[in-house]
Write a protein that binds this ligand. Structure first.
Ligand code: ATP
Length: 308
């Protein structure tokens, strides 16, 4: 079984559903409110576990009611939490507004996540056993960089989701095997709005890039290879929260199983498309059998821009 370690955040998602998100200074009445276990790290861990991997989570929850729920939710999805610390103070929270078109706006308050500033020996020993280490930017950069550098030194594939978007230290980029930004993050990192141009620019820093394009699918680029565009299945999106995390978790599992890149991308797209059709973050993530059923192996094609 593919073995994945996630070094990342746990947040309780506090989700308000509204017809239209409020503008600055405006108050709107929401339709519904839910508390849902989330955080980009925990979401990717749950996505990978449900997609069929053996997953362990390194990070921290707070010493509060949210912390117990966050840990229990991970364990419920089969994620090992032995190295998930419990720190003093509150758990991380994410305040999310979801509108009727399935779009979202998010404020993250790090809480316990901010206490994870470095790795210890136990973390390193665990990373050494993994096929891949999944990283995002909701932990302090010092810990993310230490994780990537450690994994790289051990020959473990590093997969970085650069969210929330921010400038990345060269040390982190140099230890990243696969970078998976969404369109907005790719533009922030490169200053280039066109995802193809952004992916090309990012290849100067990392060997492989996948830019996720929302309902338009995903774009894969690797040094020395022609780019590949994988369309997303056409579905009715009700809540795109954690679509990207579902995609990354499933992609890491498929690549860890040795599937060819086009097939791995199509499989991850099937997983993400299932998640956007249901409300919630980790609660919306599909299990392996559902992904296999929805998977369409013909959903991978070469980028034909150069052939026009
Ligand atoms: P989020 O922040 O909402 O988790 P993201 O911005 O990180 O998502 P997106 O590029 O929006 O990432 O989506 C990730 C992947 O999810 C896409 O590459 C696509 O495969 C799938 N996806 C997203 N939206 C849709 C949609 N409306 N229909 C089908 N698939 C979708």
């Amino acid at each position: 079984m593919t073995s994945i370690v996630v070094l990342g955040s746990t947040n309780m998602d506090l989700v308000a559903y509204v017809a239209k998100a409020p503008a600055r200074g405006e108050t709107v009445t929401g339709r519904e409110f839910r508390t849902v276990p989330g955080g980009k790290g925990a979401n990717q861990a749950v996505a990978a576990a449900r997609a069929g991997a053996d997953v362990s989570m390194i990070g921290a929850v707070g010493a509060d009611e949210f912390g117990s729920r966050l840990r229990a939710a991970l364990e419920h999805s089969g994620v090992d939490t032995d190295l998930l610390r419990t720190s003093e103070g509150p758990s991380g929270t994410a305040h999310i507004v979801v509108d009727d078109e399935g779009g979202n706006a998010i404020v993250v308050v790090p809480g316990a996540n901010a206490t994870v500033t470095s790795l210890d020996h136990g973390d390193e020993a665990l990373i050494a056993t993994a096929d891949a280490l999944l990283l995002q930017l909701e932990l302090p950069l010092s810990a993310v960089t230490a994780g990537a550098v450690t994994a790289r030194g051990l020959g473990v594939r590093t997969v970085l989701t650069p969210a929330p978007a921010q400038p990345l230290p060269n040390e982190l980029l140099a230890a990243t095997d696969l970078l998976v930004p969404n369109e907005h993050e790719a533009a922030t990192l490169t200053g280039l709005a066109d995802p193809h141009a952004a992916a090309e620019a990012l290849l100067r820093k990392v060997p492989e890039v996948v830019v996720t394009l929302g309902a338009a699918g995903s774009l894969y680029a690797a040094r020395g290879a022609k780019p590949l565009v994988v369309p997303a299945p056409r579905v009715r999106a009700v809540d795109t929260t954690a679509a990207g995390d579902t995609f990354v978790g499933a992609l890491a599992v498929a690549l860890g199983e040795g599937r060819p890149v086009p097939q791995a991308l199509a499989w991850a797209s099937a997983a993400a498309a299932l998640s956007v059709q249901r409300p919630g973050a980790s609660s919306s993530m599909p299990y392996r059998t559902e992904i296999d059923t929805a998977f369409d192996p013909t959903h991978a094609r070469r980028d034909d821009r150069d052939d026009r």
